[in-house]
Design a protein around this ligand. Structure first.
Ligand SMILES: [Fe+2]
Ligand SMILES: [Fe+2]
Length: 252
């Protein structure tokens, strides 16, 4: 396969797609795509990487290199099509990764943006600013509910299913939940951010001084990208793996 700036060209469905590979030097990947830093943090991989490749670093920190590379590619390339098949061994680390992202969204990033939005609303103090406040509060409630359902219902169910698989046991027959329920109702949580951005860009005249609004907008763009990759991992990696596992454990 030919290299281009450290990237592989992958050929899938007659389309050329770019993707990182386990043989790439991780420090170089970070320099090309700084978003990798966030991925390292969520996998618990510290910096000081030397010239080690992805697979060497992952092995040192007991992270599955093929899962790491898949998460990296989904997060970097919107057109990348993840092929996880029956990679049941991804489940524990993928759930830890997604749970760590949940904590980051609800405990760090969204409260940070909320603080800045509240400061802006105080500075503006008019009806349009109050509409923004209302919309953002509604958004926070929606995200919290979404994440709570995933943590307490979906991820818990998947953990139990995976533990049955490891013990070669049948799941408790009283559990009527299945991953299709989640898939059918799994909304994205980034689209409301578009409304918040539009209010800030189109509808509230910039009468305040200083860079606060630009700072909020940059944070919203970053959060939106992060949430988009997160939802893709849930829809395109987690759900298909669990569907395979359900079929294997409990064939109809
Ligand atoms: Fe999630
Ligand atoms: Fe989700």
């Amino acid at each position: 396969m030919p290299y281009l700036s450290g990237l592989y060209y992958l050929h899938h469905s007659n389309q050329s797609r770019m993707a990182y590979h386990e043989n790439n030097i991780l420090a170089e990947v970070i320099l090309q795509y700084p978003g990798t830093l966030q991925i390292l943090e969520r996998f618990g991989i510290p910096l000081g990487l030397g010239n080690d490749t992805i697979d060497v670093v992952c092995e040192r920190h007991e992270v599955l290199p093929n899962l790491f590379t898949l998460v990296l590619n989904v997060s970097t390339f919107p057109e990348y099509v993840p092929q996880s098949g029956k990679s049941y061994d991804f489940i524990p680390q993928l759930l830890r990764y997604l749970s760590s992202s949940h904590r980051y969204f609800t405990e760090i990033k969204i409260p940070q943006v909320d603080d800045d939005v509240n400061r802006l609303i105080l500075e503006l103090g008019d009806n349009k600013a109050r509409a923004l406040s209302h919309l953002f509060k509604h958004y926070i409630a929606e995200v919290s509910e979404h994440i709570q359902y995933e943590n307490e219902t979906v991820f818990k169910y998947i953990q139990e299913l995976y533990s049955c698989y490891q013990k070669q046991q049948l799941p408790d027959q009283s559990v009527s939940y299945h991953i299709g329920v989640y898939g059918a109702h799994h909304d994205d949580i980034e689209s409301v951010l578009m409304d918040v951005k539009n209010i800030l860009i189109r509808h509230i005249p910039q009468t305040e001084k200083g860079p606060l609004r630009r700072k909020i907008l940059h944070q919203l763009f970053e959060l939106e990208r992060d949430l988009y990759s997160h939802t893709r991992l849930e829809n395109e990696v987690l759900i298909p793996i669990v569907q395979h596992l359900e079929a294997e454990i409990n064939p109809i």
